[in-house]
Design a protein around this ligand. Structure first.
Ligand code: URA
Length: 193
């Protein structure tokens, strides 16, 4: 476990713990406020993210930014966004269990340094890995559960919303729930620890 962001990021950027390192352009480490109270976790970088080195920068990312803005959140100011795996799986396939296992210590270390009050899982892969293995995201999105002192919620993956725009209102409800929870906990102010 690294105690400083500098050490953690530099080690992560040199990682060769799984085969995904071979074709990567960038390690997509994470973006946002390292003192945020709210952390978002996606599954893994896609093509745009691999090329630019930042999570959720494609069309799905633009939709995510819109939802964030609608509830007064912003990727640079008051949330932190990272993925289960930091390197792009080829053809955007789901990261394999071995790849997830190899990569998740980086996310755990990020979590340990940030100590968020709330974690939002973006999509099935993150929700299964972080919340519970049998989660049914279509039924259970928007519902908070507490795990070792942290509140966790899953929402639909932005890419899934682009494929099924009819699900956007339901996903937006999740962001409204999130806003309510942030207000209830009074944990809006990123600088406060
Ligand atoms: N999908 C994800 O899960 N994460 C990203 O960073 C981009 C797309």
């Amino acid at each position: 476990m690294y105690q400083s962001w500098e050490e953690l990021e530099s080690a992560c950027r040199n990682c060769q713990k799984c085969g995904l390192c071979q074709d990567r352009h960038h390690v997509v480490f994470g973006v946002g406020n390292r003192k945020a109270k709210v952390m978002f976790v996606g599954e893994g970088p896609g093509e745009n993210e691999d090329l630019q080195g930042e999570p959720f920068v494609g069309r799905g990312g633009q939709l995510l930014d819109k939802f964030l803005a609608a509830v007064d959140l912003d990727r640079k100011t008051n949330v932190y966004i990272a993925n289960i795996v930091k390197c792009r799986p080829p053809q955007n396939r789901d990261p394999s269990p071995d790849e997830q296992e190899a990569c998740i210590p980086w996310l755990r270390n990020q979590f340990a340094l940030i100590r968020p009050r709330i974690v939002v899982c973006l999509g099935r892969v993150a929700a299964i890995r972080i919340m519970k293995p049998d989660i049914k995201i279509t039924k259970e999105h928007g519902i908070f559960l507490e795990k070792t002192g942290t509140l966790m919620m899953a929402t639909l993956h932005p890419a899934a919303l682009l494929r099924n725009p009819g699900q956007k209102p339901a996903a937006f409800e999740d962001f409204l729930q999130l806003r309510e929870k942030i207000d209830e906990l009074g944990c809006d102010i990123a600088q406060e620890k």
